[in-house]
Each structure stands twice: as C-alpha cells, then as structure tokens.
Design a binder for this molecule. Structure first.
Ligand code: MG
Ligand code: ZN
Length: 188
C-alpha cells in the first residue's frame, strides 16, 4: 500500500478500535426531560462537527445514554432506536454518522417490572462501556467519553476511559480541548 488511511495507521498500534462515547441528553441535544420525539430534538452547537471529527480521525462514535423513561413507562425502547435512526439520517446530510448506541432502560423505582431493577448499565456504572468494548473490540484506555453530567465522568473513570465534562458552549471545541488536555498529560 502506498497510502494508508489515518485510521488504519492508528489502529495498527494494537489492532483494536478507539471510540469517543457521547452522552445524549444535554450533550448531543439540548436537554428536554424524557425526550423521545424527534420534534423535541435540537442538536447542541458543535455536536455534528464533534461526531464528524470521530468519523474522520479513526474513532468510533458511540452514544451511551440512561433512558429511565422506559422503566417509568413514558415511552418504549423502540422510541430510543427510532430517534437514533433519525439522528443518523440528520448526520448523513453532513457526511457524518454514529457507529452505535448503548442505552440503559432501567430504573429501580420505575413502574414497569421488567425494567424496575438494579442493573450494571445505568451510569455512573460502567456497564455500557464495558459491553461496547467487548462487542466492538475497543481499547478503553485509548478512548474518550464526553458528557454533561458528573455521572458521565464517573462512568468514564470506572471504565478506564478519559472523561470530559461538557459544560455548555460548542461541543466540538470542548471535545478537542479535552483530547488535547489528555495528550498533554502524556496519553498515547
Ligand atoms: Mg446528559
Ligand atoms: Zn441498566
């Protein structure tokens, strides 16, 4: 090969994938309580650019989101996947895409028995990241999570992922600043 894609070069380090995990509500979209309709979904500034950055730089772009509205009986699991498909159709217009979504439908105090349980996936627990790593061969130590909640950063830490707290403003700029900070700390 005369030329390798940048992603290929990065991935030859250990033959594993790298990911940037995104919280959804309050991070990719403006916070709306128990959002489940596309009509209520407004991308945050820089969200599409942040996802495109992953696509162009050898990172899987994966959503990890607590969706206790399912356990609370506000909407079915299918609504989460329908919204995810719609998000990807929007991203396609910008030449970007998400590579996956992991969601936690549980909540111990919920009203739907099947979902009203203690689980290992509700953030700040790291279950969704661990499952993603197993299913998609992700090197968690070379990956990032960006989210607006303290529990997002806690979840990242518990999984050995570099966590970036998003405090508003442009998501793409926040992501790049976090990656640069990690690199200054001597990460690979
Ligand atoms: Mg959030
Ligand atoms: Zn769960």
């Amino acid at each position: 090969m005369i030329s390798l894609m940048k992603a290929d070069i990065l991935n030859t380090v250990n033959n594993m994938n790298k990911a940037i995990f995104f919280d959804r509500d309050g991070t990719l979209n403006v916070e709306v309580n128990y959002l489940h309709k596309k009509e209520e979904f407004i991308w945050t500034d820089g969200a599409v650019e942040a996802i495109k950055y992953c696509n162009d730089n050898g990172y899987l772009a994966i959503v990890v989101t607590n969706q206790s509205g399912v356990a609370r009986g506000y909407y079915p699991e299918s609504a989460i996947m329908e919204l995810y498909s719609w998000m990807n159709s929007q991203l396609a217009e910008a030449g970007a895409h998400l590579d996956g979504i992991y969601y936690c439908p549980h909540y111990p105090q919920g009203i739907i028995p099947k979902y009203a349980v203690e689980c290992d996936c509700r953030k700040p627990k790291p279950g969704m990241l661990i499952q993603a790593a197993r299913e998609q061969n992700i090197d968690l130590a070379a990956s990032y999570l960006i989210g607006d909640g303290a529990r997002d950063v806690e979840c990242a830490k518990a999984a050995g992922v570099y966590g970036i707290r998003y405090t508003g403003g442009n998501l793409y700029e926040s992501l790049i600043a976090g990656i640069m900070q990690n690199q200054r700390n001597g990460a690979r």
